[in-house]
Write a protein that binds this ligand. Structure first.
Ligand SMILES: Nc1ncnc2c1ncn2[C@@H]1O[C@H](COP(=O)(O)OP(=O)(O)OP(=O)(O)O)[C@@H](O)[C@H]1O
Ligand SMILES: [Mg+2]
Length: 456
């Protein structure tokens, strides 16, 4: 508010100075006109002379000390009273410059004394070519001071009113909305999960409204993330509890399955090692989940793993789920080895093969899944190709995001997210290479056996 008053007063100074100068000029012109009127009495007399008493009265009426009206080079009308003081300064106001006017006005106003001044001007209505009058400066200065004071008071009133209006406008348009935003942010900080605390943009100032909208967006996203995080935490707790009891059930099953190895039935004896291996994997997984007690996968325990036998194991275990018209096969060089955690690699490949199986089975067509591998520089690339219907469009963008990529009834959308995370933990990548009506190919790249670099 003080700033506004200051600025408006400053602006008023620029108006004040010229208007005081203009006031002085008008005052002096007024005196000259009155002086010229006084000379009319002289014209009415035959010898252009009046009695000294009338001359004094005429001069007093015009508030001047003497008047000289030059009508042409020869004729002069003169009214004068006895002059006591000498003339201190003469001002010619016939064609005054703005700077001169301002300078003279300021001088009179701020350092004026009671001087006797002579004014020379142009008579009105072409009544002559010059009129000259002498007067005292004090009444002029007093009039100028009164005028200046009035202008100052008016400026002050305008400043106060402008500042008041501006203050009110800034307060209601800016300060209050900003306070509201700050209060909302504080309340939201205390309880970010409370949906009712999301700010609703209401400011009439565009910029503030944009800021409120952005804040609202931010709060909405944050609240969603918090809810998601909470859901994940609950899920983590549930997974830990399930893993705990599942491990107990599986260990009992493992004990029972141990006995199958001694079975006289050759088929049972043949599958029981696979059954035991599967059970052992499941128990390991439960234990890892419990040990780490968190959603992330434990760091892989890297070892050189021969790829072909591991892939064979995946193929035979996944073939158990596949119908007869779905062929799963592997073409892997015997010597190819990868630097990997075999348990985790098994899980990655199982997830990929399982997805392909499910896609082909759901399409109700016969099909084929092929696993191939090749070494490419420092990486071993494993390609999983199927002849399924391809990925549904809506899953493609969020394929590797937990709980988001599923387009399958009963699917959780975790399989590919887990596979991708495990691949990353190995220092590798899992990518969708191509997908379409004739099938899908995923590429899993893992750091190769360093001894075999450049081979195959
Ligand atoms: N080879 C594939 N061919 C066609 N669609 C596939 C293929 N692999 C994955 N998909 C699609 O990607 C989706 C995501 O797969 P993901 O394994 O992440 O989840 P899910 O299989 O639905 O559930 P789950 O968590 O039980 O594995 C699947 O629902 C499926 O629609
Ligand atoms: Mg899956």
């Amino acid at each position: 508010m003080l700033l506004t008053i200051g600025f408006v007063m400053l602006a008023e100074v620029f108006i004040f100075v010229p208007s005081v100068a203009r006031f002085r000029l008008t005052y002096l012109q007024g005196r000259l006109e009155l002086a010229q009127l006084a000379t009319l009495a002289l014209l009415a007399t035959p010898d252009e002379m009046v009695a000294p008493e009338l001359a004094d009265e005429l001069l007093a009426n015009a508030e001047v000390m003497n008047i000289v009206l030059r009508r042409n080079d020869l004729r002069e009308l003169i009214l004068s009273s006895p002059m006591t003081d000498p003339i201190d300064e003469t001002f010619d106001i016939r064609d005054p410059g703005a700077i001169t006017l301002i300078r003279d006005a300021m001088r009179i106003m701020f350092i004026g004394q009671d001087r006797t001044i002579r004014i020379i001007g142009q008579p009105v209505k072409n009544a002559g070519y010059e009129i000259e009058t002498t007067l005292r400066e004090a009444p002029l200065r007093a009039a100028m001071l009164t005028y200046g004071w009035n202008v100052f008071l008016l400026s002050l009133a305008i400043s106060l009113m402008t500042a008041g209006l501006l203050f009110w406008a800034v307060r209601s348009l800016m300060v209050r909305p900003i306070r509201r935003v700050v209060a909302n942010m504080r309340a939201y900080r205390e309880n970010p999960e409370d949906q009712s605390l999301l700010i609703s943009p209401s400011s009439t100032v565009i910029e503030l409204r944009e800021a409120e909208s952005s804040l609202c967006e931010l709060q909405t996203q944050l609240s969603q993330l918090l809810r998601q995080k909470e859901r994940l935490a609950q899920l983590g707790g549930a997974v830990a509890r399930v893993s705990h009891d599942l491990r107990n059930i599986l260990t009992t099953t493992q004990l029972l399955a141990d006995r199958l190895e001694q079975s006289a039935d050759p088929t049972v004896a043949r599958v029981s090692p696979k059954l035991l291996a599967s059970l052992s994997r499941a128990i390991n997984l439960c234990e890892h989940t419990l040990t780490y007690g968190r959603a992330e996968e434990p760091a892989p325990r890297l070892r050189l793993v021969a790829l072909a036998p591991l892939v064979d194991e995946v193929v035979s275990s996944e073939s158990l789920h596949a119908p007869d018209n779905l062929v799963i096969s592997a073409e892997i060089d015997e010597g190819l080895r990868v630097n990997a955690d075999s348990e985790q690699l098994f899980r990655i490949l199982s997830n990929l093969v399982r997805n392909a199986c499910e896609a082909i089975v759901n399409a109700g067509q016969p099909g084929r899944i092929t696993i191939k591998a090749a070494q490419n520089g420092a990486m071993t690339e494993i390609f999983l190709t199927d002849t399924g219907p391809g990925l549904p469009l809506r899953t493609r963008d969020k394929l590797f995001r937990p709980f988001e990529g599923s387009a399958r009834k009963g699917g959780t959308g975790l399989g590919l997210a887990i596979a991708a995370e495990l691949s990353r933990n190995h220092g590798g990548t899992l990518e969708l290479i191509e997908t379409g009506a004739s099938g899908t190919t995923f590429r899993l790249s893992l750091p190769a056996d360093s001894m075999a670099k450049g081979g195959n």
